[in-house]
Write a protein that binds this ligand. Structure first.
Ligand code: COA
Ligand code: ZN
Length: 311
């Protein structure tokens, strides 16, 4: 049995659904999770603890989180934008919590209505709240707009690296570097990720790319070459950012798995099953744009799927 060499973390239920107007039921979301686990996806961001009035799709966050925690083999994570969100996630017993702030102060103000510095301070409080819990929680921190911003333009590497340093010092157990608005190119990714990996040392580092300008998969390879071994992706490429106009979705899970597996890099994920889940989810979300070259063209006859591995 192959070792999983790269961990593809599904964010379709969170990043994907936050822009979708069709409300899915909690049962549908949980069925989506359970089938992903059967396909070999073990890390899923299942929901986001934001106020229901900000993202009505996540009004059932507690229910989905609780249901997801009961799915065997699933490492369910939830996104939280502030301390209140983290407290809600801790209360239902989440074992993985992903916090996010933006390197661009202007984007952070729009997204969570506070400065980036205030969001770092909020993270310090979240880490303290985690330390007081009776159960273990893996608390990750993401730096969004790390490669540029639709509002502020250029984002300097030193700003991103400074935030990574502060988040790790505050207790982040994993760092995700995100190209929220799809500005990154492979050379930029390679440079920044080499620096982030050197700075993070033993703290695991993941990347989160959007395919807004068609460079999502090229950026995955650049980050892989730099040493990154965990990537967020979204089934059917669903997703977007409310403050990044025309942002298409995340990199497409099926295509990402195909690209890696075709090169002999094991993901543990079965593409055929992913495509079947995609059909089901697309049926639930009429009118939503689903991307994907493999869904359109099929796998090449020469493709050899590596054996799916358990978590
Ligand atoms: N979950 C539920 N309720 C929350 C909450 C959360 N995470 N955070 C705040 N609230 C509630 C507060 O309790 C308060 O309720 P009250 O009016 O009954 O007292 C109310 O919302 C306002 O709280 P405040 O702290 O002033 O929040 P805000 O209005 O400044 O909004 C965020 C801040 C972070 C909650 C909001 O901007 C947000 O949800 N942003 C995330 C957007 C997003 O999902 N982006 C994409 C992914 S990164
Ligand atoms: Zn995103």
């Amino acid at each position: 049995m192959n070792q999983r060499e790269v961990n593809i973390r599904e964010v379709g239920l969170r990043d994907g659904l936050q822009m979708v107007s069709t409300m899915l039921s909690s049962e549908q979301k949980l069925a989506w999770c359970a089938r992903l686990v059967e396909a070999g996806v073990t890390d899923i961001e299942v929901t986001s603890f934001v106020p229901p009035k900000v993202v009505p799709q996540f009004a059932d966050a507690a229910e989905v989180a609780t249901g997801a925690l009961a799915i065997d083999g699933l490492h369910a994570a939830a996104l939280v934008p502030n301390l209140k969100g983290a407290q809600r996630a801790f209360e239902v017993g989440m074992r993985r919590v992903h916090y996010v702030l933006s390197a661009s102060n202007a984007h952070n103000l729009k997204n969570v209505r506070r400065s980036t510095d205030e969001s770092v301070e909020d993270f310090v409080r979240i880490a303290a709240a985690r330390d007081e819990l009776g159960h273990e929680v893996m608390l990750g921190a993401g730096v969004a707009t790390a490669f540029g911003c639709t509002i502020a333009g250029e984002v300097e590497e030193s700003i991103v690296l400074g935030l990574v340093q502060r988040l790790i010092e505050a207790g982040a157990q994993e760092i995700t570097i995100a190209d929220t608005v799809g500005y990154a190119n492979p050379a930029q990714v390679r440079n920044l990720m080499l620096e982030v990996l050197a700075l993070a040392g033993p703290v695991p580092v993941a990347c989160h790319f959007h395919d807004t300008r068609g460079l999502g998969l090229a950026n995955v390879m650049a980050a892989f070459d730099a040493g990154v071994r965990a990537f967020d992706a979204s089934l059917g490429g669903l997703g977007g950012c409310p403050f990044a106009p025309n942002a298409t979705g995340n990199i497409n899970t099926e295509d990402t798995v195909f690209m890696l597996e075709a090169q002999g890099i094991a993901t543990g994920i079965d593409i055929g099953r992913l495509l079947a889940i995609r059909e089901t989810v697309a049926g639930w979300l009429p009118g939503e744009p689903f991307t994907g070259a493999i869904a359109r063209a099929g796998l090449p006859a020469t493709f050899v799927q590596r054996e799916a591995v358990a978590a």
